[in-house]
Design a protein around this ligand. Structure first.
Ligand SMILES: Cc1ncc(COP(=O)(O)O)c(C=O)c1O
Length: 359
């Protein structure tokens, strides 16, 4: 576990605009997701409350990514066709078609399907690059949204290169949930898009406890979601503890935190495929470096155990979604971060149940 004792007092100046949630409420399949209380787990761990924010059904898709993809695609296409960020989707669709806009992206799963869904809403084409080891079912789900799926001969980082090259040569609109120097505006909108989940959670925690969450645990692929979580909980007073979790085989954030700078790592296979990324997003890095209280890496076996635990309680989490529970258990075993009977912990379960090879 990597601990940053200074994150406790670090504050982040900016939080997302209410326009983001207003936009999401206007989407065709809008829904708020449930916040499920786990009182038995809270009692067993000696905590005040443990909640799971269950993203297994978000705007008709089995993961949270559509929150970021929808806002980012909407903003990026509107900017390209020079329409205001308040214009209706139908109007945006007409302009995007007149200008022959094609969306280009890459994914290790949920992101690509979410971008493809937005392309479908706007009735424009999308090309999605995927790593060589993506399973057939995931590829089919992306293609079922109407996108062209192109398999690269390497891992996720190779698919990023392929998407960049395609966008450069075909003048497609590159919509990515990770950033690098020179490509930062669209990923910033992605991060803003995730804030709807956090404002919903605030209201739900308040309704159920009359208080605010004191600790939030987020899963990490490239770190965009964790960036949104850290910005949200560290811009509030009092701030909450923010913890991240990654697969042992793709712990790019933990490795970077230990090194004190962004380092790219080689990734292996994991059942937590949405989190199988080798490089932290450049705009996420300064926020995560300063604002994450604890970063940890878990094994596939730990994730699988948490999947089973959550399923038994009726929460249909997938392996990425269950990761934060494994992290919480480890925090309680090691007595790190001083969690106790006053703690109100939120575990973000970012995806619904799906098939995987049991480790
Ligand atoms: C289900 C799931 N959880 C977590 C993540 C991690 O999000 P990020 O890449 O923004 O760190 C992803 C990314 O694709 C995902 O699909």
């Amino acid at each position: 576990m990597y601990l940053n004792p200074f994150a406790n007092t670090w504050t982040c100046g900016s939080s997302a605009s209410p326009a983001v949630e207003e936009f999401h409420r206007r989407l065709p399949e809008y829904n708020s997701t449930p916040l499920v209380s786990l009182p038995d787990l809270a009692r067993d761990l000696g905590l005040g409350h443990v909640f799971v924010k269950d993203e297994s059904f978000r705007f008709g898709l089995p993961a949270f990514k559509i929150l970021g993809a929808s806002w980012a695609v909407y903003r990026a296409v509107a900017a390209k066709v020079e329409l205001p960020q308040t214009c209706p989707l139908d109007e945006l669709s007409v302009s995007a078609n007149t200008r022959d806009i094609t969306l280009v992206t890459c994914t290790d799963g949920n992101w690509g399907r979410a971008v493809a869904r937005m392309a479908k809403y706007l009735r424009i084409p999308a090309i999605v690059f995927v790593p060589h080891n993506m399973d057939q079912a995931t590829k089919e789900k992306i293609a079922s949204e109407g996108a062209r799926v192109s398999v690269v001969s390497g891992d996720y980082d190779e698919s990023v290169k392929a998407a960049r090259k395609e966008a450069e040569t075909s003048s497609g609109l590159l919509v990515m949930d990770t950033s690098w120097p020179g490509y930062e505006e669209i990923p910033k909108w992605v991060v803003e898009g995730y804030s709807t989940m956090l404002t919903e959670t605030d209201r739900q925690v308040q309704e159920q406890t009359g208080k605010q969450a004191t600790c939030a645990i987020a899963s990490v692929g490239v770190g965009s979601f964790a960036q949104s979580v850290a910005m949200h909980y560290k811009s509030r007073a009092p701030s909450a503890t923010v913890v991240t979790v990654e697969p042992e085989t793709a712990a790019c954030l933990k490795s970077s935190l230990e090194a004190g700078r962004i380092i790219s790592i080689e990734t292996g296979d994991t059942i937590m495929c949405g989190m199988n990324c080798g490089t932290v997003s450049s705009i996420a890095w300064p926020i995560l470096r300063d604002g994450i209280d604890a970063s940890m890496a878990i094994s596939d076996a730990e994730s699988h155990k948490s999947v089973r635990y959550l399923h038994a309680l009726g929460v249909q989490a997938g392996p990425c979604g269950a990761g934060p529970l494994s992290a919480l258990k480890r925090l309680c075993e090691t007595h790190e971060l001083g969690l106790g009977s006053e703690s109100i912990v939120v575990l973000f379960s970012t995806e619904g149940s799906r098939s995987y090879s049991v480790p």
